[in-house]
Design a protein around this ligand. Structure first.
Ligand SMILES: Cc1cc2nc3c(=O)[nH]c(=O)nc-3n(C[C@H](O)[C@H](O)[C@H](O)COP(=O)(O)O)c2cc1C
Length: 171
């Protein structure tokens, strides 16, 4: 098991425009100990402050299997990985947990998180553990720019999930 140290959210040093978009993250939701969870690669999201709380936001299209776990359970994690795990993240971001054991195929080793029920991964270099505090489906009326509209040719608008950051582990 990879025992990377826990730090305060305020101590996290992160390049926000590259951590998600270029680095990719793995979003996991569900209950690891109950063996009822799923995960997927995400590249849209951010971390910051809302309601005077340290938060992380991720956006998930309704058809994702991971979305079912996000709705059923209270917690999620966002994990960042070294470049050597890129192939694994491609697998988690192109296959669905509905269709088979993509985590086994990826070779990544899931593990219990420190605070939340959702799992994290032994190979992760950053783990952000979150407790869900906000959920809202995007609506077409809210799209003010054609570049946003263009992301939804089939009208599968993302659902926004914001979680309070309850633990951060960083190598
Ligand atoms: C680099 C990358 C970034 C992605 N970002 C998102 C995202 O932010 N939101 C989303 O809903 N899907 C995103 N996806 C797609 C899901 O990861 C993909 O559909 C995955 O197979 C869903 O798995 P699931 O059905 O097991 O939940 C991304 C895929 C890749 C490869």
């Amino acid at each position: 098991m990879n025992m990377i140290p826990t730090i305060q959210p305020e101590a996290l040093s992160l390049h926000p425009f590259t951590a998600f978009d270029k680095g990719w993250m793995v979003l996991s939701a569900g209950d690891y100990k109950a063996d009822d969870w799923n995960c997927m690669t995400v590249s849209w999201g951010f971390v910051g402050t809302m309601w005077n709380l340290p938060v992380a936001q991720t956006v998930v299209r309704p058809q994702r299997y991971t979305r079912e776990f996000l709705d059923k359970y209270d917690t999620f994690t966002l994990c960042a990985f070294p470049d050597s795990c890129r192939k694994a993240l491609q697998i988690l971001g192109s296959k669905s947990g509905r269709d088979g054991d993509k985590v086994a195929e990826s070779g990544l080793r899931p593990m219990a998180s420190t605070v939340v029920a959702a799992p994290s991964f032994a190979e992760a270099e950053l783990v952000i553990e979150c407790r869900k505090i906000f959920r809202q489906p995007m609506t077409p009326e809210a799209m003010l720019d054609p570049r946003a509209v263009a992301a939804y040719p089939t009208r599968d608008y993302h659902i926004i999930y914001i979680g309070e950051v309850v633990a951060v582990r960083r190598e």
